[in-house]
Write a protein that binds this ligand. Sequence first.
Ligand SMILES: Nc1nc2c(c(=O)[nH]1)N[C@H]1C(S)=C(S)[C@@H](COP(=O)(O)O)O[C@H]1N2
Ligand SMILES: [Mo]
Length: 246
Amino acid sequence: MTDLSRRRLLVGASGLAGLGLSGCDLLPEGPQRGGAYGISDWLTFRAQRWLMRHQPLVREFGPEMISAVFPTINTTDPDDPAYRRSKEAGFSDWRLPVKGLVERPTAFSLADLKAMPSRTQITLHACEQGWSAIAQWTGVPLAHVLAAAGMKPEARFVVIRTVDGWWDSYDLFDALHPQTILATGMNGGPLPVAHGAPVRLRVERQLGYKSLKYLASIEAVDRVDGLGQGRGSMVGELGFSWYAGI
Ligand SMILES: Nc1nc2c(c(=O)[nH]1)N[C@H]1C(S)=C(S)[C@@H](COP(=O)(O)O)O[C@H]1N2
Ligand SMILES: [Mo]
Protein backbone atom coordinates (compact mmCIF):
# COMPACT_ATOMS: atom_id res chain seq x y z
CA MET A 1 0.00 0.00 0.00
CA THR A 2 1.41 3.38 -0.91
CA ASP A 3 1.59 6.06 1.71
CA LEU A 4 -1.06 8.00 -0.07
CA SER A 5 -3.59 5.20 -0.18
CA ARG A 6 -2.89 4.31 3.45
CA ARG A 7 -3.55 7.91 4.34
CA ARG A 8 -6.76 7.86 2.37
CA LEU A 9 -7.85 4.73 4.19
CA LEU A 10 -7.11 6.27 7.57
CA VAL A 11 -8.88 9.47 6.71
CA GLY A 12 -11.79 7.42 5.40
CA ALA A 13 -11.97 5.31 8.56
CA SER A 14 -11.89 8.30 10.89
CA GLY A 15 -14.51 9.89 8.67
CA LEU A 16 -16.77 6.89 9.07
CA ALA A 17 -16.23 6.83 12.83
CA GLY A 18 -17.12 10.49 12.77
CA LEU A 19 -20.33 9.79 10.92
CA GLY A 20 -21.42 7.33 13.58
CA LEU A 21 -20.20 9.08 16.72
CA SER A 22 -18.76 12.53 16.11
CA GLY A 23 -19.24 15.55 18.26
CA CYS A 24 -22.91 15.64 17.34
CA ASP A 25 -24.39 13.57 20.14
CA LEU A 26 -25.71 16.86 21.40
CA LEU A 27 -27.55 17.02 18.09
CA PRO A 28 -30.20 14.40 17.65
CA GLU A 29 -31.01 13.20 14.18
CA GLY A 30 -34.06 14.76 12.70
CA PRO A 31 -36.90 13.12 10.84
CA GLN A 32 -35.99 11.11 7.77
CA ARG A 33 -37.75 9.91 4.69
CA GLY A 34 -37.99 6.18 3.98
CA GLY A 35 -36.13 4.06 1.42
CA ALA A 36 -33.13 5.20 -0.59
CA TYR A 37 -33.90 8.88 0.02
CA GLY A 38 -33.85 8.18 3.75
CA ILE A 39 -30.40 6.59 3.54
CA SER A 40 -29.03 9.48 1.51
CA ASP A 41 -30.63 11.97 3.94
CA TRP A 42 -28.91 10.19 6.83
CA LEU A 43 -25.51 10.13 5.10
CA THR A 44 -25.76 13.77 4.09
CA PHE A 45 -26.78 14.84 7.58
CA ARG A 46 -24.11 12.84 9.41
CA ALA A 47 -21.35 13.76 6.94
CA GLN A 48 -22.16 17.46 7.11
CA ARG A 49 -22.48 17.50 10.87
CA TRP A 50 -19.07 15.84 11.11
CA LEU A 51 -17.40 18.11 8.55
CA MET A 52 -18.96 21.16 10.17
CA ARG A 53 -18.38 20.08 13.76
CA HIS A 54 -16.53 23.29 14.57
CA GLN A 55 -19.51 25.30 13.34
CA PRO A 56 -17.65 27.14 10.59
CA LEU A 57 -19.28 30.23 9.18
CA VAL A 58 -20.58 30.22 5.63
CA ARG A 59 -18.81 32.52 3.21
CA GLU A 60 -19.72 36.17 3.50
CA PHE A 61 -19.33 38.56 0.57
CA GLY A 62 -18.49 42.22 0.10
CA PRO A 63 -21.23 44.77 -0.67
CA GLU A 64 -20.19 44.83 -4.35
CA MET A 65 -21.49 41.26 -4.65
CA ILE A 66 -25.09 42.06 -3.61
CA SER A 67 -27.45 40.93 -6.40
CA ALA A 68 -29.24 43.71 -8.27
CA VAL A 69 -32.35 41.54 -8.29
CA PHE A 70 -33.24 39.13 -5.51
CA PRO A 71 -36.14 36.93 -6.66
CA THR A 72 -39.10 36.51 -4.38
CA ILE A 73 -41.17 33.38 -4.55
CA ASN A 74 -44.09 31.47 -3.08
CA THR A 75 -45.83 33.72 -0.55
CA THR A 76 -44.99 37.35 -1.27
CA ASP A 77 -47.76 39.04 0.74
CA PRO A 78 -49.64 36.80 3.19
CA ASP A 79 -53.37 36.75 2.69
CA ASP A 80 -54.20 36.91 6.37
CA PRO A 81 -56.44 39.59 7.96
CA ALA A 82 -54.39 39.96 11.16
CA TYR A 83 -51.18 40.21 9.15
CA ARG A 84 -52.69 42.80 6.83
CA ARG A 85 -53.87 44.94 9.79
CA SER A 86 -50.48 44.69 11.42
CA LYS A 87 -48.72 45.61 8.17
CA GLU A 88 -50.91 48.71 7.85
CA ALA A 89 -49.90 49.68 11.40
CA GLY A 90 -46.23 49.40 10.45
CA PHE A 91 -46.05 46.16 12.48
CA SER A 92 -46.18 48.21 15.71
CA ASP A 93 -48.62 45.69 17.25
CA TRP A 94 -46.77 42.65 15.89
CA ARG A 95 -45.44 40.15 18.46
CA LEU A 96 -43.25 37.08 18.17
CA PRO A 97 -44.01 34.56 20.93
CA VAL A 98 -41.06 32.44 22.08
CA LYS A 99 -42.47 29.50 24.03
CA GLY A 100 -42.22 25.79 24.83
CA LEU A 101 -39.16 24.61 26.75
CA VAL A 102 -38.15 28.07 27.97
CA GLU A 103 -38.00 29.51 31.49
CA ARG A 104 -39.63 32.78 30.46
CA PRO A 105 -42.13 32.54 27.60
CA THR A 106 -42.02 36.00 26.01
CA ALA A 107 -43.74 37.78 23.14
CA PHE A 108 -41.14 40.06 21.60
CA SER A 109 -42.12 43.19 19.67
CA LEU A 110 -40.26 44.33 16.58
CA ALA A 111 -38.72 47.10 18.70
CA ASP A 112 -37.56 44.49 21.27
CA LEU A 113 -35.83 42.49 18.54
CA LYS A 114 -34.25 45.56 16.97
CA ALA A 115 -32.88 46.64 20.36
CA MET A 116 -30.99 43.35 20.72
CA PRO A 117 -27.41 42.82 19.52
CA SER A 118 -27.50 42.48 15.77
CA ARG A 119 -25.41 40.85 13.11
CA THR A 120 -25.13 41.91 9.48
CA GLN A 121 -24.07 39.35 6.88
CA ILE A 122 -23.88 39.25 3.10
CA THR A 123 -24.61 35.68 2.05
CA LEU A 124 -25.70 33.52 -0.86
CA HIS A 125 -29.27 32.25 -0.80
CA ALA A 126 -29.69 29.02 -2.77
CA CYS A 127 -33.22 27.96 -3.63
CA GLU A 128 -33.97 24.33 -4.40
CA GLN A 129 -35.82 25.58 -7.47
CA GLY A 130 -32.51 26.36 -9.15
CA TRP A 131 -31.72 30.01 -8.52
CA SER A 132 -29.46 31.79 -6.11
CA ALA A 133 -28.86 35.40 -5.11
CA ILE A 134 -26.71 37.39 -2.71
CA ALA A 135 -28.13 39.85 -0.18
CA GLN A 136 -27.23 41.57 3.03
CA TRP A 137 -29.27 40.56 6.06
CA THR A 138 -29.39 42.25 9.47
CA GLY A 139 -30.94 40.86 12.61
CA VAL A 140 -30.53 39.40 16.06
CA PRO A 141 -28.98 35.93 16.34
CA LEU A 142 -31.66 33.35 17.15
CA ALA A 143 -29.31 32.08 19.89
CA HIS A 144 -29.65 35.44 21.65
CA VAL A 145 -33.46 35.37 21.51
CA LEU A 146 -33.57 31.78 22.82
CA ALA A 147 -31.20 32.74 25.64
CA ALA A 148 -33.32 35.80 26.45
CA ALA A 149 -36.32 33.49 26.91
CA GLY A 150 -34.18 31.08 28.94
CA MET A 151 -34.17 27.97 26.77
CA LYS A 152 -34.14 24.88 28.99
CA PRO A 153 -31.45 22.20 28.72
CA GLU A 154 -34.06 19.60 27.64
CA ALA A 155 -34.66 21.51 24.38
CA ARG A 156 -33.32 19.67 21.32
CA PHE A 157 -35.10 21.38 18.43
CA VAL A 158 -36.65 24.73 17.63
CA VAL A 159 -40.00 24.76 15.79
CA ILE A 160 -40.89 27.88 13.81
CA ARG A 161 -44.34 28.68 12.44
CA THR A 162 -45.26 31.39 9.98
CA VAL A 163 -48.22 33.59 9.13
CA ASP A 164 -48.83 31.73 5.85
CA GLY A 165 -49.00 28.29 7.48
CA TRP A 166 -45.46 27.08 6.86
CA TRP A 167 -43.65 25.42 9.74
CA ASP A 168 -40.25 23.86 10.08
CA SER A 169 -37.86 22.63 12.74
CA TYR A 170 -34.14 22.96 13.31
CA ASP A 171 -31.71 21.13 15.55
CA LEU A 172 -29.70 23.21 17.99
CA PHE A 173 -26.66 23.11 15.71
CA ASP A 174 -28.47 25.29 13.20
CA ALA A 175 -30.63 27.18 15.71
CA LEU A 176 -27.57 28.30 17.69
CA HIS A 177 -25.24 28.78 14.71
CA PRO A 178 -23.80 32.34 14.82
CA GLN A 179 -25.14 33.15 11.34
CA THR A 180 -28.68 31.98 12.12
CA ILE A 181 -30.46 35.28 12.59
CA LEU A 182 -33.97 36.72 12.79
CA ALA A 183 -33.57 39.25 10.00
CA THR A 184 -35.43 42.55 10.27
CA GLY A 185 -33.29 44.31 7.66
CA MET A 186 -32.25 43.57 4.08
CA ASN A 187 -29.67 45.40 1.95
CA GLY A 188 -29.47 48.26 4.43
CA GLY A 189 -33.22 48.96 4.67
CA PRO A 190 -36.13 47.39 6.52
CA LEU A 191 -37.05 43.85 5.43
CA PRO A 192 -39.55 44.21 2.54
CA VAL A 193 -42.93 42.48 2.79
CA ALA A 194 -42.12 40.34 -0.25
CA HIS A 195 -39.07 38.96 1.57
CA GLY A 196 -40.87 38.14 4.83
CA ALA A 197 -41.51 41.31 6.85
CA PRO A 198 -41.43 42.04 9.65
CA VAL A 199 -39.08 39.18 10.54
CA ARG A 200 -37.68 36.24 8.61
CA LEU A 201 -35.28 33.53 9.56
CA ARG A 202 -31.89 33.16 7.89
CA VAL A 203 -30.40 29.67 8.19
CA GLU A 204 -27.32 30.06 6.08
CA ARG A 205 -26.14 26.44 6.15
CA GLN A 206 -29.29 25.12 4.46
CA LEU A 207 -31.25 25.62 1.24
CA GLY A 208 -33.61 28.56 0.88
CA TYR A 209 -36.77 26.78 1.93
CA LYS A 210 -35.47 26.51 5.50
CA SER A 211 -35.21 30.34 5.75
CA LEU A 212 -38.82 30.94 6.73
CA LYS A 213 -40.48 34.28 6.07
CA TYR A 214 -43.31 35.99 8.06
CA LEU A 215 -42.45 34.42 11.42
CA ALA A 216 -45.41 33.84 13.73
CA SER A 217 -43.92 31.86 16.64
CA ILE A 218 -40.83 30.11 17.93
CA GLU A 219 -41.06 27.07 20.17
CA ALA A 220 -38.30 25.07 21.86
CA VAL A 221 -39.13 21.34 22.01
CA ASP A 222 -37.40 18.08 22.89
CA ARG A 223 -38.67 16.13 19.86
CA VAL A 224 -40.40 16.74 16.57
CA ASP A 225 -41.64 13.29 15.58
CA GLY A 226 -45.08 14.01 17.03
CA LEU A 227 -45.67 17.11 14.92
CA GLY A 228 -47.90 16.85 11.86
CA GLN A 229 -47.01 13.75 9.87
CA GLY A 230 -43.75 13.36 11.79
CA ARG A 231 -41.55 14.72 8.98
CA GLY A 232 -40.32 17.72 10.96
CA SER A 233 -41.58 20.35 8.55
CA MET A 234 -44.42 21.42 6.33
CA VAL A 235 -42.40 20.93 3.15
CA GLY A 236 -41.23 17.57 4.50
CA GLU A 237 -44.84 16.47 4.07
CA LEU A 238 -44.53 17.39 0.37
CA GLY A 239 -41.44 15.21 -0.03
CA PHE A 240 -38.65 17.68 0.70
CA SER A 241 -35.81 16.63 2.94
CA TRP A 242 -35.98 17.92 6.54
CA TYR A 243 -32.25 18.57 6.45
CA ALA A 244 -31.18 20.66 3.45
CA GLY A 245 -27.53 21.34 4.28
CA ILE A 246 -25.31 23.09 1.76
N1 LIG B 1 -43.33 31.68 5.23
C1 LIG B 1 -42.69 31.35 4.11
N2 LIG B 1 -41.36 31.20 4.15
C2 LIG B 1 -40.68 30.83 3.02
C3 LIG B 1 -41.36 30.60 1.81
C4 LIG B 1 -42.77 30.83 1.81
O1 LIG B 1 -43.46 30.71 0.78
N3 LIG B 1 -43.41 31.19 2.97
N4 LIG B 1 -40.63 30.20 0.69
C5 LIG B 1 -39.31 29.61 0.94
C6 LIG B 1 -38.46 29.42 -0.23
S1 LIG B 1 -38.65 27.99 -1.12
C7 LIG B 1 -37.45 30.29 -0.52
S2 LIG B 1 -36.34 30.00 -1.77
C8 LIG B 1 -37.32 31.55 0.21
C9 LIG B 1 -37.57 32.69 -0.74
O2 LIG B 1 -37.32 33.89 -0.12
P1 LIG B 1 -37.50 35.23 -0.95
O3 LIG B 1 -38.95 35.31 -1.38
O4 LIG B 1 -37.08 36.30 -0.03
O5 LIG B 1 -36.61 35.10 -2.14
O6 LIG B 1 -38.20 31.67 1.31
C10 LIG B 1 -38.55 30.46 1.93
N5 LIG B 1 -39.34 30.75 3.10
MO1 LIG C 1 -36.79 27.88 -2.39
